[in-house]
Design a protein around this ligand. Structure first.
Ligand code: HEM
Length: 297
């Protein structure tokens, strides 16, 4: 059975680097995938990092047509709601996610990735993620409460069989928060926006239809596995949304719901705006490993 890249499920890492790269003109996609497959993370027992690699779905399909989810496409068009609120599309060719215990090792590994990739690809976008009071996002709410357990996460987030088995569809979005507007809201109203109590985290009953939890309800759309993390500094900051799923449809449906395609726009989008978004296919370890050293299927 094909195994997912293990870093997807490696919880508890305190420092994250997200690198999105674009292929240089006329680069052979096979050579690029081979280069990424050959990246080696430092794997000492304590100071090592996890490395997860993904590809623009069309790029991966071009090199591994027999190992790609049929019809999977990149984030090639913005997602717009009826009132014009829009989630932008900023697709790149390759993503490398490096996560470790502290930023020094992530920084070193990130520099290594960018310099190794330099002959074939350039760094197009970089995000550095850091935890806020352990597991809060920058709205002050615990993020990930309704994540599937680590046991069921593999079946929800990983393709079980067929073309692309062991792989996962990643939605990576950068959201910028309007901290001033958010912090002007009384705590109880913040709860109505999120759909959970800010005091004890409990889901509200009744759940406001416009709340974030209602707009992304996994009982409606299907389960995903989130690894969100805060980014930024005082002047600009927010959430790196990191969602893994066994198909793109449930992620697409959640985005459509958030922008109000069925009438109600997610109240959270009044306090946060997406400034980038891309879909990547994160192949199984075996599928990726087949390209290391210039091999491939
Ligand atoms: C600024 C961006 C975002 C922030 C700060 C944020 C924060 C949160 C928080 C605090 C919760 C409640 C606790 C939990 O279950 O994790 C939540 C739930 C959730 N969010 Fe987000 N989120 C953001 C964007 C998104 C996006 C873009 C998606 C989907 C594409 C999404 C999908 C979900 C799902 C599936 C749930 C659980 C819903 C359920 O209870 O079934 N979120 N989010």
């Amino acid at each position: 059975m094909a195994t997912p890249q293990t870093g997807i499920f490696a919880l508890g890492t305190m420092s994250h680097g997200w690198l999105e790269l674009d292929a240089r003109p006329d680069v052979d996609p096979r050579a690029l995938v081979g280069l990424v497959a050959g990246l080696r993370e430092p794997r000492t027992t304590i100071g090592g990092v996890n490395l997860v690699a993904g590809f623009r779905p069309e790029l991966w399909a071009a090199v591994a047509p027999g190992d790609s989810p049929p019809g999977l496409r990149g984030f090639d068009a913005p997602v717009a709601g009826p009132d014009g609120y829009t989630l932008p599309a900023t697709q790149h060719d390759v993503v490398v996610w490096i996560a470790g215990g502290a930023y020094d090792v992530v920084f070193d590994a990130s520099r290594g990735v960018v310099s190794t990739a330099a002959p074939l690809a350039t760094l197009a976008h970089e995000m550095v993620g850091w935890p806020y009071h352990r597991d809060l996002d920058l709205t002050g709410f615990v993020d990930g409460t309704e994540n599937p357990t680590i046991v069921s996460a593999t079946s929800e987030a990983v393709i079980a069989e067929g073309s692309g088995a062991g792989g996962s569809v990643l939605l990576l979005q950068q959201w910028e928060h309007d901290a001033m507007a958010w912090e002007r809201l009384p705590i109880a109203e913040q709860g109505l926006v999120m759909g959970r109590s800010r005091i004890n985290g409990a889901e509200l009953d009744p759940l406001p239809a416009t709340s974030h939890v209602a707009r992304t309800n996994q009982d409606t759309f299907g389960k995903i596995f989130r690894r969100n993390i805060p980014w930024g500094r005082l002047t600009r900051h927010g959430t790196i949304f990191v969602g893994f799923s066994r198909d793109r449809e449930r992620l697409d449906a959640m985005l459509g719901s958030m922008v109000g395609r069925d009438g109600e726009r997610d109240a959270l989008t009044r306090y946060a705006r997406a400034i980038g978004g891309a879909y990547y296919f994160v192949p199984s370890s075996e599928a990726l490993g087949a390209f290391a050293g210039g091999a491939g299927d």
